[in-house]
Design a protein around this ligand. Structure first.
Ligand SMILES: *[C@@H]1O[C@H](CO)[C@@H](O)[C@H](O)[C@H]1NC(C)=O
Ligand SMILES: *[C@@H]1O[C@H](CO)[C@@H](O)[C@H](O)[C@H]1NC(C)=O
Ligand SMILES: *[C@@H]1O[C@H](CO)[C@@H](O)[C@H](O)[C@H]1NC(C)=O
Ligand SMILES: *[C@@H]1O[C@H](CO)[C@@H](O)[C@H](O)[C@H]1NC(C)=O
Ligand SMILES: [Zn+2]
Length: 965
């Protein structure tokens, strides 16, 4: 599945606290492109809520007695082909239900004697044949035993057949079922998606099988290792088109039950896993191209979207991305066609169904007028991610979900390579540092983190499976595989990978199979030396949680490693067989000269090469290719800071971001002094690049939250103003006084940062500029002159600095918005107002479903709470209405956890802590629903914030005061 972005990528944190607003909403709306996660993600009020996605320890089930009480299939029967016919109805039946009917036949071989057939089946009404839910026959002249009894097991999602005698090993049997299922709007299995086009409601039948929903479309052996060939027929209305994994090879019109229909037959699939199947019936249209090798590439979407050419960008990049992977993997694209389809109302993600990838519209459709640069980059990255799976994941599949990290981590890494190939001028590969490495460091530095790899028997039921779709799997998986590729070198990594893919094509693996093939590639490369086997090196990164901070003392050359924990007082309860020690590959440079890679293999070591003096400096982890943080002796820190001040371009953008992010996190962990962290931001007045700025703004955001209601804030603002002014002027100049776009790809993101911070700190000319744009729009609402990249920032600041007129205009535009992303931008910008009465009125609107849709209530209140003026209003509002909110919104997708973490984000005083505790006591009878854990976490975080503020406030005030003059 696609990767999750909690913080919409590239939005930039330019608005910071005032507009942490926008951020909050963006997080809540974040079109996380992974369905599974999005659904389970009710708790993510802020980026850090990631930490709640830690899989629960495997529960010890009361030993089940019967085979069908286990969640895993017995290994006695192995399927090899299915014939499936499905007929979805796109109109409701007499009872108002949308349904599908179908029949399926599966051929399987008996591997171990058994008198039971256990096959997955969920929420299907099966037709009964002589009182049994299926028909069993034997092939090739053998005879099948009679069915004695058949029944469904709801909990484990099985259909069970008790036979009169045992099946014979080696014999092939056919099991036939007929069924009726609901085509529900639940995004699981075969389901329906609704949307309106030109005022007409339309229905699409579509599917999402990963991880455990194929069993809801037809009875099947629904585990990734139970690969088979699927022959699919779809019956549908003649004015619709049916799609599946293979090319359509025949179609036949007929009349069934008085309905004129068409049956489309698809070519047999390759041998594949059930979770990668896809069935879609719609009236969509497509654009297409054919590659030189006859590969057919199509982009499908709503008629209007295709007619408006919104599929063109996706079509443009798909060919190059596929060609890139064919070369990188040294393996041909395994199928005869590649369909990609944009589904309205598929808010959450993209799914790598083999040959028929499904996307949310925002992840596939590019509108040159309305889409921002960030939207475009997202499309390129998501396509690159999903297409990477066509080989890694689909052609070769992990045996079981415990190894999901390998599948998702891999795609999350190579998506940068594929996307870079399609858009070589974007420097997209650098961004992995921000969006994967630094992002997951935040989660993996907690004592509550968990290892990448889990044991097979720890992951059994569907909820344990969906917990595997975590930030650790995606982002840490990407980071450690990138590190592996870097220390093996890319050609060796690619050779091992190719050998792995070719060896295991159409079958299943465990992660050590990949290590073995990479090890072979190492052994075939005499010039390459690694200190241990791939297996031994990687075990330390995959089997123990966390990562090290590597400390070099350049006065002595001593070098040490230690498990990095953000909270120095936290206690690690999870033991590690490696004692939290890693084999750390260290790329490094001395005074600008790249040195030979060094391996830190113990907790402490000495490398005399790293002893320097005078003006020489040492920098470890060049380009952040390793998954670790770095600390130095104070002298070397000073030399690095003076290098930044004098010639920051001597270091790559990634290393500039690294110095900042490492320093701030080391300071949080009390390993270095807070003022040292702050000093890393001083040189920024000279930096024009996005990645270091973004890193600094993320880190400074915490200071703003803690202090924007105190006297420290004046000094912080003055400092930021001084730092941002040159960046603002720079963009003014390169855009010819804001009349054209910056040409560089990431410059467009940094322009958003520049304007956001400049307006926030009142740099001369900024607010006037924004006001002017917004005025123009108000005068001519049909024509919005604001560039899509800048809309979020401009709306927020125009409303913050405007009055009721601006607010009411934005509200009217919000009510009129037809594009979801535009509506979301306006809805969060409305929370930027400064007048308490406007904010209170807006709070009232949030509980009126005719004004704010129920699903948006939480994120809107959160947005208001993140506005420093709105915080006390929202807190009072929520406390006063808690019973009402709880009763009316207690069920469904309402995120109490998000609400609580949003409101308490800034809490950092004893008084607030007491209020929070009182709130908890007062409502203990009503309860907190999905927010129960969030209350505890909020209390814990508030305690930590109070402590941090007490320890740091005086120094921080002093530092900002001195530096802002
Ligand atoms: C599928 O249908 C074909 C053609 O009728 C038949 O030869 C084959 O045995 C069927 N396979 C299964 C799994 O029923
Ligand atoms: C399946 O059967 C149950 C029980 O008879 C019924 O309530 C349900 O509506 C049926 N499902 C569909 C999709 O018709
Ligand atoms: C797609 O490629 C064509 C041909 O290179 C180009 O003219 C067009 O502008 C591209 N479309 C988009 C949206 O990038
Ligand atoms: C940081 O170091 C400076 C200079 O050594 C010192 O004055 C200051 O108190 C330290 N700050 C903190 C937060 O410990
Ligand atoms: Zn994926």
């Amino acid at each position: 599945m696609g990767k999750v972005y909690y913080i919409s990528k590239n939005v930039g944190l330019g608005l910071l606290a005032l507009a942490a607003i926008a951020l909050a909403t963006i997080i809540a709306l974040s079109i996380a492109y992974d369905k599974e996660r999005a659904k389970n993600r009710g708790t993510s009020g802020d980026g850090a809520a990631d930490s709640t996605s830690v899989p629960s320890p495997s529960t010890t089930p009361s030993t089940p007695k019967e085979p069908w009480d286990h969640y895993r299939l017995p290994k006695s029967l192995i399927p090899f082909s299915y014939n499936i016919t499905l007929w979805p109805r796109l109109k409701p039946n007499a009872n108002g239900l949308y349904v599908f009917t179908g029949h399926s036949s599966v051929h399987f071989r008996c591997e171990k004697e058994t008198d039971l057939i256990i096959i997955h089946c969920n929420k299907l009404n099966l037709t009964s044949f002589d009182g049994h839910l299926a028909k069993l026959t034997a092939l090739a002249g053998a005879t099948a035993p009679a069915i004695l009894k058949s029944w469904l097991v709801v909990k484990t999602e099985f259909l069970v057949l008790q036979l009169s005698s045992r099946l014979t090993v080696g014999v092939t049997y056919a099991l036939y079922t007929e069924f009726l299922g609901e085509l529900a709007d639940d995004l699981e299995g075969f389901y329906r998606s609704e949307y309106t086009e030109d005022g007409v409601k339309k229905v699409v039948a579509t599917s999402q099988m990963q991880a455990t929903y194929a069993r809801k479309a037809f009875p099947c052996f629904d585990e990734p290792a139970m690969k088979a060939i699927f022959n699919v027929d779809i019956i549908h209305d003649r004015d619709t088109v049916a799609l599946s994994n293979g090319r359509d090879i025949a179609s036949e019109d007929s009349v069934i039950d008085g309905v004129a229909v068409r049956k489309t037959t698809f070519e047999p699939t390759k041998r594949m896993s059930t979770y990668l199947l896809a069935f879609i019936v719609s009236d969509f249209i497509s654009i297409q191209s054919t590659q030189s090798d006859n590969l057919l590439i199509r982009i499908w979407a709503r008629r209007k979207a295709i007619n408006d050419r919104h599929g063109e960008y996706a079509l443009n990049v798909t060919g190059p991305i596929l060609q890139f992977y064919e070369r990188y993997y040294n393996a041909r694209y395994p199928l005869s066609k590649s369909d990609q389809i944009a589904l309205p109302d598929f808010h959450a993600g993209a799914m790598e169904n083999w040959g028929l990838v499904t996307y949310s519209e925002t992840s596939l459709l590019y509108d040159p007028v309305m889409s921002s640069t960030g939207n475009k980059e997202r499309i390129n990255s998501v396509i690159a991610h999903e297409l990477a799976h066509m080989w890694f994941g689909n052609l070769v599949t992990v045996q079981w979900w415990n190894d999901l990290w390998l599948n998702e981590g891999f795609a999350s890494y190579v998506e940068y390579l594929g996307a870079d190939y399609a858009e070589p001028t974007w420097n997209i590969k650098d961004q992995i540092i921000l969006y994967d490495v630094h992002r997951v460091f935040a989660v993996d530095a907690l004592a509550s983190s968990h290892p990448l790899s889990r044991k097979e028997d720890e992951v059994n039921d569907p909820s344990q499976i969906s917990e595997m779709f975590s930030s650790i799997s995606y982002n840490k998986g990407a980071a450690v595989l990138r590190m592996l590729s870097e220390f093996l070198t890319e050609p060796v990594f690619a050779r091992g990978l190719s050998s792995y893919l070719n060896t295991f094509a159409f079958s299943n693996t465990v992660y050590t199979d990949l290590w073995n093939h990479l090890q072979q590639a190492v052994e075939d490369t005499p010039s390459l030396h690694i200190p241990h086997t791939v297996h031994d090196i990687m075990n330390r990164w995959t089997l123990q949680m966390g990562f090290p901070v590597v400390t070099v003392d350049t006065r002595t050359g001593s070098i040490t490693q230690k498990h990095f924990l953000l909270d120095p007082d936290s206690v690690v309860e999870r033991p590690s067989e490696f004692n939290y020690s890693w084999y750390v590959p260290i790329k490094w440079m001395k005074t600008g000269v790249e040195q030979q890679q060094y391996w830190l293999l113990q907790k402490t070591d000495t490398n005399s090469e790293m002893r320097v003096s005078g003006s020489d400096w040492v920098l470890l982890n060049t380009n952040v290719s390793g998954y670790f943080r770095v600390n130095y002796d104070l002298d070397n820190w000073d030399r690095l800071l003076s290098l930044l001040n004098n010639n920051h371009q001597a270091l790559s953008v990634g290393n500039r971001a690294q110095i900042i992010d490492d320093a701030f996190n080391l300071a949080r962990a009390k390993i270095i002094n807070t003022t040292l962290a702050l000093r890393t931001t001083k040189y920024l007045s000279k930096d024009r690049d996005f990645i270091p700025w973004e890193s600094a703004l993320r880190n400074l955001n915490y200071y703003i939250l803690m202090f924007d209601r105190t006297e420290v804030y004046g000094a912080i603002q003055a400092y930021l103003k001084k730092q941002i002014q040159p960046l603002f002027e720079h963009f003014k100049e390169i855009t010819a006084n804001w009349t054209k776009d910056p040409t560089g790809h990431t410059d467009q993101y940094n322009q958003v940062n520049a304007i956001g911070i400049a307006c926030k700190t009142n740099v001369k000319g900024c607010r006037e500029l924004i006001k002017g744009w917004f005025r123009q729009w108000m005068e001519n609402p049909q024509h919005n002159p604001i560039h899509p990249n800048l809309k979020g920032t401009v709306y927020c600041h125009a409303i913050a600095n405007g009055g009721v007129e601006e607010w009411d205009f934005a509200w009217a535009m919000f009510k009129n918005a037809t594009l979801a992303s535009e509506g979301a931008r306006l809805r969060s910008a409305l929370a930027c107002a400064k007048a308490p009465w406007l904010l209170n009125r807006y709070l009232e609107y949030t509980l009126d479903p005719t004004k704010i849709r129920k699903q948006d209530t939480t994120s809107t209140i959160q947005a208001i709470a993140r506005n420093v003026v709105g915080l006390p209003l929202a807190w009072n509002f929520v406390r006063a209405r808690w019973n009402y909110i709880f009763q009316h919104y207690g069920k469904g997708s309402f995120s109490f956890a998000g609400l609580i973490s949003g409101i308490t984000w800034r809490f950092s005083t004893d008084f607030e802590l007491q209020e929070l505790k009182k709130f908890k006591e007062d409502n203990i009878h009503a309860g907190f629903g999905s927010g129960t854990l969030a209350i505890e976490q909020a209390i814990e975080k508030t305690v930590a914030n109070i402590k941090w503020v007490n320890e740091n406030k005086a120094h921080v005030l002093k530092w900002f005061t001195e530096e802002s003059t």
